[in-house]
Design a protein around this ligand. Structure first.
Ligand code: 3IX
Length: 226
């Protein structure tokens, strides 16, 4: 596939204009969302299957066939961060929110009561660290994105400068919630705090410094289409 028009506003952040209608976004979403969900199911099934060796080998051959078919037409490089003419972002390859990324839970964010953002998700076997518990790096990755979104609520995308996570108690695999909001501003820097909660309450808290790249100062974008 040829790449749509690419714009690199700075700080290594590359955005790609893909001027498509809302109907076309809906069509692609209806196609790729269930497709990617099937791959998420596959990841979980591969981790948890207890079928016999022959069945595993047969499944591997079938998966290799599917991969080969998909590879007959591929875009160059990663999906990138695409946006429409009215500046709706489509970060569909993103590791945390990507609609086309089976590694992403994917998180879907909504506005919180405090001007911040909140998300609920279910983390299954693919996110395990210690037995039955969420991997600490996964917690950090999810915090990074959610705090980054909270920092960007006014539509100006921010980069993570520094983030620290305090793991208070283990986070069980299963339903989780993350809340994040800006707690301070200093020029291009925004201090953001967040919490990760499981069914029994807060398990980890994070604080980060998020920075508006110089090139983005004064620019406002729309929200993600996820
Ligand atoms: C075009 C259409 C777009 C469509 C988009 C549509 C919708 C989007 C809307 C909203 C959502 C957007 C995004 C948010 C989502 C998720 C977030 C994901 C977060 C990430 O996953 S992102 C990847 C990891 N992240 C990096 O890959 C950063 C690499 N890095 C750099 O790119 C630079 O390093 C940068 C930019 C950080 C700073 O560079 P710089 O040149 O601006 O900095 P400079 O030296 O001028 O410092 C200025 C002041 O920041 C202080 N400062 C500097 N660096 C600091 C640091 N690291 N920690 C703490 N403080 C720091 C200084 O001390 C000074 O402070 P003071 O003013 O007080 O002296």
């Amino acid at each position: 596939m040829s790449r749509p028009e690419t714009d690199s506003p700075g700080a290594g952040m590359e955005f790609t204009l893909e001027d498509i209608s809302d109907e076309e976004i809906m069509r692609r979403r209806a196609l790729y969302e269930p497709f990617t969900d099937s791959v998420r199911d596959l990841i979980d099934a591969v981790i948890r299957t207890e079928v016999d060796d022959a069945t595993v080998r047969q499944a591997q051959a079938e998966i290799a066939g599917v991969v080969q078919r998909l590879r007959t037409q591929q875009m160059d490089g990663a999906y990138g961060v695409r946006y429409t003419a009215d500046k709706k972002g489509m970060a569909w390859g993103n590791a945390v929110i990507g609609l086309r990324n089976a590694i992403a839970p994917p998180l879907v964010l909504r506005p919180g009561d405090d001007g911040g953002v909140v998300t609920d998700a279910t983390l299954g076997a693919a996110y395990e660290g210690p037995s039955g518990l969420v991997h600490g790096g996964v917690c950090a990755m999810l915090f990074d994105h959610v705090l980054g979104e909270a920092a960007s609520v006014d539509g100006i995308p921010c980069f993570t400068g520094t983030i620290s996570v305090r793991y208070l108690r283990p986070t069980p695999l299963g339903p989780i919630r993350i809340d994040a909001a800006i707690s301070g501003r200093d020029g291009r820097k925004k201090i953001v705090r967040g919490t990760l909660s499981g069914p029994d309450g807060v398990t980890a808290e994070a604080e980060g410094i998020f920075i508006v790249p110089r090139e983005f100062e004064g620019q406002a974008f729309s929200s993600w289409v996820s």
